[in-house]
Design a protein around this ligand. Structure first.
Ligand code: CS2
Length: 492
């Protein structure tokens, strides 16, 4: 028996259920990229807002790359459970806000139609950093990316996020052209402004007739999203059966903490997210920077160095006192680059992060966070190093983190076993490693010259010299020893 609209009537006590009539809810939001994060974050806030204030804010979730989530949720009437885990115990809730799931490659016409309907007021996105096929810093689409090339040629069968979005916007314009909010929820600084620039450029090339309408009718607020959501494991599905009494193939588990901060105007109505804990602010940038540099920056550091040291999860890594000390050193370097926020004390925030990382029930794997590093580290570490060096400040912890990443993308662990590299630049790293086998320093030099990651910083000796020193130490002594030495030197 699967979780579905019939089954929710008979779930065991203690499981929180949707506080509204799920079957009657209509779709008002299209979400591109319905992975575990969206299901444990925006969909939960939306579910709570509908329960509190009402409104037809059902979500049509779209998967762009794989039919998996559609196959998990469609037989369940869109229902799934979110298990919030901590050492204080678990809580379970069934979320009812997702009303429909489409796999874009099989149902492109429906996806475009959903985006174009006047009843759709919001298109939100969590497609990961690489999903935008863009040079984020320059705010420019990668015009020679195979997906973008395809979408400029075959606009009715788009495969990229920009192509799908643009096709939907074009159709919306051709219908009534009702105003729309496009809400980016990925871990990128100024994510709304970045997406707006990308969409405008793509549309100018592909659908120049809608550029004026786009400018006047479509809004792109920026937002900071936060909740640690590990990928669902088979054991989680077994736990879901035990807790719910029915099978839930869409189950997600997450930490209890959740935060969403949004800046900017919406083009039309939105759910009453403000009634359920979402913060609306006039400037989200300080929040984004804080989160990217303190949380995500620490995460990436632990992902590479923790993995190399033989740890499986983030929680195991932070439990090692030497790693905690290194993470705190990185946070200190990052904190000095942040703009103050009235309502936040950075040292409390950092302590809270250490506790969140350490949540033993979380099971967040280093290998998961390690994915797509070439897309993540520019905004997590490199920006910090650039700003600090410009002020003559030290960058020791960022340098060691960067060295850990370089050692990782060499492609083998410390037992000389191959690492399965998941990164758009995986082939580049492999070619570099083949060319510079067993020559740590020239390998590091080659990686530091990757412009899209380091910009000019890779050629700055104030950065490259300490990074290369750490890279050779990591190859010689291993991550555990280097991190312990770092921690000792911090003490003295
Ligand atoms: C992580 C994030 O995988 C990663 O790169 O750093 O997914 C992180 O868990 C979330 O941003 C937390 O809000």
């Amino acid at each position: 028996m699967r979780l579905n609209l019939h089954a929710i009537a008979n779930l065991p006590d203690g499981i929180e259920l949707p506080g509204f009539d799920v079957a009657r809810l209509k779709v008002g939001i299209v979400h591109l990229g319905i992975g575990a994060f969206h299901r444990a974050h925006q969909a939960v806030y939306t579910d709570a807002a509908i329960a509190r204030v009402g409104g037809d804010w059902g979500i049509c979730g779209v998967s762009l790359k794989s039919p998996t989530v559609r196959d998990q949720l469609a037989p369940q009437d869109g229902l799934y459970s979110v298990r919030s885990v901590s050492s204080a115990g678990d809580t379970w809730r069934v979320v009812g806000s997702v009303r429909e799931v489409l796999f874009a490659q099989e149902h492109m016409a429906e996806v475009i139609a959903r985006v174009s309907r006047a009843e759709t007021k919001i298109v939100s996105l969590t497609v990961t950093e690489k999903g935008y096929c863009a040079n984020v810093k320059q705010r420019e689409p990668l015009w020679d990316h195979v997906d973008i090339v395809n979408d400029l040629l075959h606009a009715d069968q788009p495969v990229s996020v920009l192509g799908v979005l643009a096709a939907g916007l074009h159709e919306r314009f051709r219908k009534r052209g009702a105003p729309l909010t496009v809400l980016c929820c990925d871990n990128l600084p100024e994510n709304g402004a970045v997406l707006e620039a990308l969409v405008h450029q793509f549309v100018t090339r592909r659908y120049p007739d809608i550029t004026l309408w786009l400018r006047d009718n479509v809004r792109f607020p920026s937002s900071m999203v936060d909740r640690i959501v590990p990928a669902t494991k088979p054991a989680d599905l077994a736990d879901a059966v035990a807790a719910l009494g029915v099978e839930d193939l869409g189950a997600v588990r997450a930490e209890p903490f959740s935060q969403w901060v949004i800046e900017g105007a919406f083009a039309a109505e939105r759910p009453a997210w403000d009634a359920v804990g979402v913060q609306f602010v006039s400037d989200v940038r300080p929040f984004e920077k804080m989160k990217l540099r303190l949380l995500n920056g620490s995460h990436s550091l632990m992902a590479y160095l923790g993995y190399l040291a033989g740890y499986d999860t983030i929680a195991q890594t932070i439990a090692d006192p030497a790693f905690e000390q290194l993470v705190r050193a990185l946070m200190e370097e990052a904190e000095a680059t942040l703009e103050p926020i009235d309502t936040v004390d950075f040292s409390t925030y950092s302590d809270q992060l250490i506790a969140r990382f350490g949540n033993p029930a979380n099971g967040h794997r280093c290998a998961q966070v390690a994915m797509d590093g070439s897309q993540k580290i520019p905004q997590r570490w490199i920006a910090v190093a650039v700003e600090r060096l410009a002020k003559g400040e030290g960058i020791n912890a960022v340098a060691l983190a960067t060295a850990g990443w370089i050692r990782y993308v060499y492609g083998s662990n410390e037992l000389d076993e191959k690492i399965t590299m998941q990164d758009p630049l995986a082939a580049t790293f492999a070619a570099m490693a083949a060319k510079h086998t067993y020559d740590a320093l020239s390998f590091a030099d080659a990686v530091l010259r990757i412009e899209s990651v380091f910009g000019a910083l890779g050629r700055n000796p104030a950065f490259a010299v300490p990074v290369k020193r750490y890279v050779s130490q990591l190859f010689r002594e291993g991550a555990q020893a280097v991190v312990e030495a770092f921690a000792r030197s911090e003490h003295s």
